[in-house]
Design a binder for this molecule. Structure first.
Ligand code: SF4
Length: 417
């Protein structure tokens, strides 16, 4: 008999970094983060979005700090969030003038839990090193970590040109794609070395190297993971909209996470106009949970449906339960400790319905076309009831609520006394 080799590799050993009380890397679980798309100078809108992202499960939230008005707003945003009881670490995203903004807005430098800088646009020519050093020195002074975030859309062109020239001189040159990948990796590693030389400790540095192609991302992070022990922030940049963005991010990050690579993730989805920014947090949670790395919300297993069930009852029931769970989770987390391990099944007919329902904590097998209009409900692997009539969906939802109360609520505590 052959063995099964589908378990994830051991997590790559990285140096843990404390980001405003949230550990990234080391022995910490993979952390979820997200980014606002509000104008940071608009304090009301930014506070509302950061709070929504944090409440949906984002453990770190990044905000753009692009000009004086944004930098001036940061301490006010921080204070307003604290008053709301939202204590999520805020990361400032700096480009071009980060050194100046941090120097001129000390309250901003203090309020942020981490600074993100991009070595490709921290400054140009002779100003580059000086401005990079100024940001790192500010981080040292305020005791803040820094993410050195390379992005191939703004890759250090001097470094790329130098590597391209060196490559040309070789007898067996690498492809342009390989040289670009190497430039991305080197940009991150050289910048980390420079930051350490200035005096920033290794446990204050997180690296990222974002690209928009799945194979490029896997190649770049595999190299980065092999050549350093810095904590790594994973993310596919410009992942795109809707299912394309979700699939590309999940494919790329799923493969890396399976190899033990990645200490924090962000799923960069382009929201649909008016769409909900918290979707990226939900996708990140689902990625980590479906891979078995962390548990955030109860899982609802539902069959895809087929010609054996022409009714939409089971689709509606699965959707209603899923939405109910998402909506209630902020309260349930407090009220029902460990409720996130719950598994619910909603199945469309007798073929796989009873079997799958028995594997769940609570499951229902709805009647398919031509079947008796009854729906057996299974709890902890055993048939517990048979529902009938037009109230099947409502009755099952009530049974799920009762099960949660019984197993995770105070009733459970009393039973254990
Ligand atoms: S459980 Fe029944 S309805 Fe659902 S996919 Fe399987 S055969 Fe089709």
């Amino acid at each position: 008999m052959t063995g099964y080799f589908s378990s994830p590799f051991a997590r790559r050993k990285s140096v843990g970094v404390d980001v405003g009380g949230v550990m990234v890397g080391g022995t910490a679980p993979v952390v979820i983060q997200s980014m606002t798309n509000t104008d940071t100078a608009d304090v009301d809108a930014t506070v509302a979005q950061v709070a929504a992202l944090a409440r949906s499960g984002s453990e770190i939230v990044r905000i753009t700090v692009d000009r004086d008005e944004s930098a001036a707003a940061v301490p006010r945003i921080h204070e307003r969030l604290s008053r709301l009881g939202v204590h999520v670490p805020l990361v400032g995203d700096f480009h071009y003038i980060g050194h100046k903004l941090l120097a001129e807005h000390p309250a901003c430098a203090e309020a942020l839990a981490k600074y993100r800088i991009n070595p490709g646009n921290v400054g140009f020519k002779d100003k580059k090193d000086k401005q990079f050093a100024a940001i790192v020195e500010t981080a040292i002074r305020y005791g803040k970590p820094v993410r050195i975030g390379v992005n191939w859309g703004s890759l250090d062109q001097e470094l790329l040109t130098m590597l391209m020239d060196e490559n040309q001189a070789r007898g067996f040159p690498m492809t342009a794609q390989e040289v670009t990948r190497e430039a991305i990796v080197q940009s991150a590693l050289l910048s980390a070395d420079a930051a350490e030389e200035i005096g920033l400790e290794r446990d204050r540095i997180i690296l990222s190297a974002k690209v928009s192609g799945v194979q490029d991302l896997i190649a770049v992070y595999t190299a980065l993971a092999a050549r350093s022990d810095h904590a790594l922030h994973l993310g596919l940049t410009e992942a795109g909209m809707g299912s394309k963005g979700i699939v590309a991010s999940s494919a790329a990050m799923g493969i890396l996470l399976q190899q033990g690579i990645g200490d924090t993730i962000r799923v960069s989805l382009t929201p649909e106009p008016g769409g909900d920014r918290t979707r990226e947090v939900q996708v990140a949670q689902e990625l980590l949970q479906t891979m078995g790395f962390r548990q955030f919300v109860p899982i609802v297993a539902a069959c895809p449906g087929c010609g054996r069930t022409t009714s939409t009852v089971f689709q509606e029931l699965a959707q209603s339960i899923q939405e109910d769970i998402r909506k209630n989770m902020p309260v349930w987390r407090e009220k029902y400790p460990s409720v996130e391990v719950l598994k619910v099944a909603v199945m469309g007919c007798i073929v796989n319905g009873p079997g799958e329902s028995k594997h769940a904590d609570i499951g229902i097998s709805l009647p398919g076309t031509g079947e008796m209009p009854t729906a057996p409900v299974f709890i902890d692997g055993r048939k517990a009831a048979t529902l009938r009539g037009p109230t099947i969906a409502a009755d099952f939802e009530k049974m799920v609520a009762d099960y949660i109360e019984r197993r995770f609520g105070q009733g459970q505590a009393k039973a254990a006394e």
